[in-house]
Design a protein around this ligand. Structure first.
Ligand SMILES: C[S@@+](CC[C@H](N)C(=O)[O-])C[C@H]1O[C@@H](n2cnc3c(N)ncnc32)[C@H](O)[C@@H]1O
Length: 354
């Protein structure tokens, strides 16, 4: 168990660098060069020199060499012939830092979306309705989820990573089921509580980390995750699914929207519906599933994000939110490129009758 003291004793630079190493350790490396692909134009090795090339380090002028040296002195990191590696204790603190960095990022950026008129309009035009989506889920996909889960007022349902909670509220209103949304970003949960109108008996929001689920066994008839259950967000997909299985009632269901990205065409088999990281984790848990391919639907959404992002650029800029708009356009361009080059897919996995 990592104590808050050990975490608090690190300087901000040490936390940033430890968080970066922890995140980079989860990524695939080129087996020949040991390089990790950061973007189309940037590949780095997990070394002091590699880390210096990251925007987060160079833009903030962080002295990463000195942070790495003190992390080594504190026995949190080792430097061997291949590069930097976290010690087992460094790995534990790394996870705490990553989780905090990610929830801070979501808190900040999703709250900005919630306050932005341009983002409201963006969602209406891209997704067909403004639910402050921070996902690739248009109303067709959302209605598919609702119809496949076929929920009613006797059902109790968990939304994993509910963000601002408007999708959760929409599903509650459409189905009459009791919905619980959890998210590790505290500010989003506060916003969701203040900005949804359904009675708390039927719609509840809680701060919670998917890695530390606290619900008793057999709590839910259905659990769904919209663009949340990813190896970057949870410690281990297989372990997470085992925990979800335990908190589902007998005959419970799972609905998961999942995108798989690969770095090179040699990995293309991983894009097969039964070979993705999610499919592997489901099979490891003996969970049989059906799959719907939403790749072309997602491509159309990304195309709209580019067009609508460009249309609303001035409005975003006047609000001081140009970066929000530019990130969506850049993401859209990357995703369309990857889909067209068979480097990305989007599937909906449905597990019925656990
Ligand atoms: C891409 S957003 C999707 C939000 C929402 N589901 C939607 O469809 O608009 C991912 C959400 O998952 C939350 N999240 C990521 N990792 C999490 C974790 N380990 N535990 C709880 N929430 C997490 C983030 O704070 C964020 O709100």
């Amino acid at each position: 168990m990592v104590t808050t003291n050990e975490y608090a004793n690190l300087s901000d630079n040490e936390k940033t660098v430890l968080g970066i190493i922890s995140e980079l350790e989860t990524r695939d490396k080129d087996p020949k060069t040991n390089e990790i692909t950061i973007s189309e134009s940037l590949k780095i090795t997990l070394t002091g020199e590699g880390i210096k090339k990251l925007k987060m380090i160079s833009e903030k002028n962080i002295d990463s060499d000195s942070a790495i040296n003190s992390l080594i002195a504190k026995n949190l990191v080792v430097n061997d012939e291949i590069g930097l590696k976290l010690t087992s204790f460094g790995g534990k603190i790394g996870k705490v830092i990553r989780s905090k960095q990610m929830s801070d990022w979501y808190n900040k950026n999703l709250l900005r979306c919630a306050k932005s008129k341009a983002y409201t309009l963006f969602c209406e035009k891209v997704f067909g309705k403004n639910l402050y989506q921070f996902n690739v889920l248009d109303m067709d996909q959302l209605e598919t989820l609702i119809s496949i889960l076929s929920l009613n007022s006797n059902d109790s349902v968990l939304d994993l990573g509910c963000g601002l909670g408007k999708v959760t509220e929409y599903i509650q209103l459409k189905t009459g089921a009791k919905l619980t949304g959890i998210d590790f970003a505290e500010q989003l949960i506060l916003w969701a509580k203040d900005n949804t109108e359904v009675n708390e008996d039927m719609l509840e929001f809680q701060v919670g980390n998917i890695n530390e689920l606290v619900f008793p066994p057999s709590s839910f008839n259905a659990i769904y995750a919209i663009d949340t259950l990813y190896p970057t967000n949870v410690d281990d997909l297989g372990v997470t699914l085992a925990k979800l299985k335990a908190i589902l009632k007998p005959n419970g269901q799972l609905g998961i929207f999942f995108a798989q990205i690969i770095e090179s065409k040699e990995q293309q088999h991983i894009l097969e519906p039964n070979q993705t990281e999610m499919a592997q984790a489901l099979k490891d848990n003996n969970l049989s599933y059906t799959v719907i391919d939403f790749t072309q639907n997602a491509r159309a959404i990304w195309e709209r994000e580019i067009t609508i992002g460009n249309e609303l650029r001035e409005m975003f800029e006047k609000e001081g939110n140009l970066d929000l708009c530019e990130e969506r356009i850049a993401d859209g361009e990357n995703c369309v490129y990857r889909i067209d080059n068979q480097l990305q897919i989007r599937y909906f996995y449905h597990v019925s009758r656990i």
